[in-house]
Design a protein around this ligand. Structure first.
Ligand code: GSH
Length: 223
C-alpha cells in the first residue's frame, strides 16, 4: 500500500477534522503542512483549498470525500455507525458544519482576527462585526445540540470531529469566548473531547512565524 499523504496546514479546522478521523481509523499518513493556494494544493483542489490528499497516484480533495475514501480503502474501525438513522444524523451535522456553521459564521468571524488583511495587522472590525450576529445565533443552536456531550447518540462520531475544532478555536476571541463561557454546554463539550486521544494528539501548533492575535485577550482573562 503506498503512503497516504494529507496536504494542508494542521491549523485548518478541516485538516484537523480529517486528522481526527484518520487517528480514529488508526491509519498512518504523512502531513504536508502547506497553506491553501500553494502548488501542492492547487495541483489537486480546483479551488486551492485544504485538505487535499495523495495516495499513490490517486489524488482527492474535500475533507468528507477524503475521510470516506480512507474509511473504505483502509483496515480499521468503521468511521460511520452501521445504523442507517444514526449514520444519517452524523452526515446531517457534518453537512451543517461544512455548509453553514463554518462558511457563514466561523470563517468570516475568525478570519477577521487571524487573517485581517489590515495594513497594521489589527483585527478587521467591519468583517468581525458583520459576521458575529450569525455566529452568535449558531452558537445558540450548537449549545443545545451538544447538551448531551455528543452531537449524535452517546459516543464520539465524525460529527464531533467536525464540530470540535471550530468550538476549540472560538473560545479565544472576545465575543465568541464570552458567549461560550455563558453557554450551558459548550465548555463541557470541549473539555470532554479535547482529551480524547485522536483529538489531543492532533491539536495544532500555533501558525509558524505569526503573532498570536488573541495574546492580549488571553492575558486579560488570565489576570
Ligand atoms: N468543504 C471543504 C472546505 C475546505 C476549506 O474551506 N478549507 C480552508 C482552510 S480551513 C481553505 O482552504 N480556505 C482557503 C480558501 O477558501 O480559499 C472541505 O470540507 O474540505
Amino acid at each position: 500500500m503506498p503512503e497516504l499523504e494529507i496536504i494542508g496546514g494542521p491549523q485548518s479546522n478541516f485538516v484537523w477534522a480529517t486528522r481526527i478521523a484518520l487517528a480514529e481509523k488508526g491509519v498512518p499518513y504523512k502531513l504536508t503542512a502547506v497553506m491553501p493556494h500553494t502548488p501542492d494544493v492547487d495541483a489537486i483542489h480546483p479551488l486551492g483549498k485544504v485538505p487535499a490528499m495523495r495516495h499513490g497516484d490517486f489524488m482527492l480533495c474535500e475533507s468528507r470525500a477524503i475521510i470516506g475514501y480512507v474509511d473504505r480503502a483502509f483496515d480499521g474501525p468503521a468511521l460511520f455507525p452501521a445504523d442507517p438513522k444514526v449514520a444519517a444524523k452524523v452526515e446531517q451535522w457534518i453537512s451543517l458544519v461544512i455548509t453553514a456553521f463554518d462558511v457563514t459564521g466561523f470563517r468570516p468571524y475568525i478570519g477577521g482576527y487571524v487573517f485581517p488583511g489590515t495594513p497594521d495587522g489589527s483585527p478587521d472590525r467591519a468583517r468581525i462585526d458583520a459576521a458575529w450576529p450569525k455566529l452568535e445565533q449558531y452558537l445558540g443552536v450548537i449549545d443545545k445540540a451538544v447538551a448531551s456531550g455528543h452531537l449524535v447518540g452517546d459516543s464520539f462520531t465524525l460529527a464531533d470531529a467536525y464540530m470540535f475544532p471550530i468550538l476549540f478555536y472560538l473560545r479565544r476571541p472576545p465575543e465568541s469566548g464570552a458567549a461560550i463561557a455563558r453557554s450551558k454546554s459548550i465548555t463541557a463539550y470541549v473539555d470532554r473531547h479535547k482529551v480524547r486521544p485522536s483529538v489531543r494528539d492532533t491539536i495544532p501548533p500555533p501558525f509558524p512565524g505569526r503573532k498570536d492575535p488573541f495574546e492580549k485577550v488571553s492575558a486579560a482573562s488570565a489576570a
